[in-house]
Ligand binder design. Sequence first.
Ligand code: NOJ
Length: 744
Amino acid sequence: MSACRAVSLLALYSCTGLAAALDGRVDDLLKQMTLEEKIGQLSQVGGKAFIPNMPKPEEEIRKGRAGSILWLSDPVEINRLQKIAVEQSRLKIPLIFALDVIHGFKTIFPMPLALASSWDPALIEQVQAVAAREARAAGIAWTFAPMVDIARDPRWGRMIEGAGEDPFLGAAVARAQVRGFQGPNFGAPDRVLACAKHFAGYGAADGGRDYDSAYVSESQLRNVYFPPFRAALDAGVATFMSAYMDLNDVPASANSFLLQDVLRREWKFDGFVVSDANAVGDLVTHGFAADRADAARRAFTAGVEMDMASGTYMNELPALVKAGKVSEASIDAAVREILQAKFRLGLFERPYADEALAKRVAAAPEHRQLARVAAQRSAVLLRNEGDLLPLAKTARSLAVIGPFADSKRDLLTMWSGFDVDPSSTVTIVGGIRNKLGRGARIEYAPGVQIARRNPSFFEDLMPSMKRIEPWPQAQADEEFTKALDTARRADVVVMALGELASMDGEAASQSSLELPGRQNELLRAVVAMGKPVVLVLVSGRPVNIEWAASHVPAILEAWHPGTEGGNAVADLLFGDANPGGKLPITWPRNAGQVPIYYAHNLTHQPESAPGFKSRYWDQPSSPLYPFGYGLSYTKFTVANLKVSRDDVTADVENTGARAGDEVVQLYLHQRSGSASRPVRELKGFERVSLAPGEKKTILFKLGPEKLKYWSAERREWIQDAAEFDVWVGSDSTASLHGTFNTKE
Ligand code: NOJ
């Protein structure tokens, strides 16, 4: 108790013994609420009308028909609406303002898949703590993040929002994000509620087509898709979001296996679940619910406590309760979760955004500095023949070519916010100019223009992502030629190619992985000039660079690197930072290979068998770059492996001439058991910084948590007595090998 007394009133609610005080306040309020007001708390209303026929928020708030507002980011508007709740609604219950603060609020950090490429959970925690600070100052108390969906198919545009293909890395990144957003106490004035989404299986959409059904076996769910959600829960995540799509023929937003059996009963989740936007109403469109009343009843009884933006709960639940089809006790239980969160957030004491603070916080130079470091640490060096990189700062003439060389908006993603202002983003050519100053001639030409073939509704919703008017043919030819002339005049060419912000994210699936437009043609024409060429990729997914991988000497995947992206790319190109990022996804040669992931099972006919080269007759079945891969400007060796059933150690040494980072990775394989096990599974990693010549011993703890799995045969979590292979090294093809067994 004495420790409890030392902290703030809000934090007191988290202390044992004072939880009762919180319950008391919730009960007092509940007793005064009408049924409509209770259901109001379960209803999230759009502050902006993105969905047809959405009610105006002011009236809903005044009548107590809204518990939360989403899609606003302006603190002035947030305060205006909060004032209505706090001064004009009968019970004066404050609203929770919620937003997709996915990889930054005002300062935009690298996209989440890029952050995962840093393999640096401490960095990711810091990044999301800054995002929380900026958002909370503006009045946003709840972010719809982290997105922790495993994604093994890069055609799916939402791959950018997660941590990639692997459950172990995904779990580490999920934990770090929850810690970053919520801190030790989400009631602190610079923290927000986090939301683990989209529960579950969204990343397994058929054909990578966003929103399509997912068919995922229970063993895949439990061994692969659930672990990052479970990790978020273990880190204390306050809320979950149900997914849109069918999971094994039952929409995730009315799926009681997911929301009741697993989340509540097995995992004992005690926060609340919000649906995805309009997902409750859409159960009718989905061909699952007969009408909106049926949709409300089935989503609510399955375990969705809050209806995001469909108005279905507000309009249908009161009658369902009166008809005895939904119990008022279950409504009370849901309202209780939401009120508790509001109390613990301190909204009753401090409902308003501090507008001046919001401005100050957003402009904090240390936030931009962190964004720059995060972008440096997220980039992955895919190729560096003849040590072309780093480039000398004494370079006299440089051409920076391509549609992303001077683009601001595309260094961000569609999930950088509905109202994001890209104007302060440092472009790649801008970053290079900042680095080299006036001493060098730096010329820029876009060369080609790219655009989505099929429009996205997000291009209408997000003013900064407006549709592109295609250049007339004559201009297109002229720009292409101009880019070649620009390259011809330079000693070194940096090509910035990739994908627009609108080409990945939600509703941005892609049927091929080719670089869009005439980018490949431009690349080949420039390479044909015989000059040193560096390819910088600005993309949200692996793209087809099979030709580039054997013809372009240096390739750096910068992803969508955020506000400070251009400076970070320049730091990397000119050696002020040394790349240390590693791929959190397997990089396919082309779309024909997907889904592709390293942790596949063995078969009766391994590819190493005599006479076998590939499963495909027309190409290798190996990817272009393996999971966990990434180069550095220095060299590392990993050696001296020591293995026991409890722990593994290995030495990593920087044998090159520059300081740099290596991500040492541990993989396990169980040789036999009650079910087939993957050929390798990541079970440990550590990013270490080493000076030239420096050596460190890395210790990986093993133990039951890392050895158990959910057995499809036995239908439970088990640890077999078995022999295990161990590999430690620099990527998922590591060859340093040992064994242990758990039989004796
Ligand atoms: C739909 C998206 O699927 C989800 O991730 C997001 O949080 C909501 N819209 C709210 O914007």
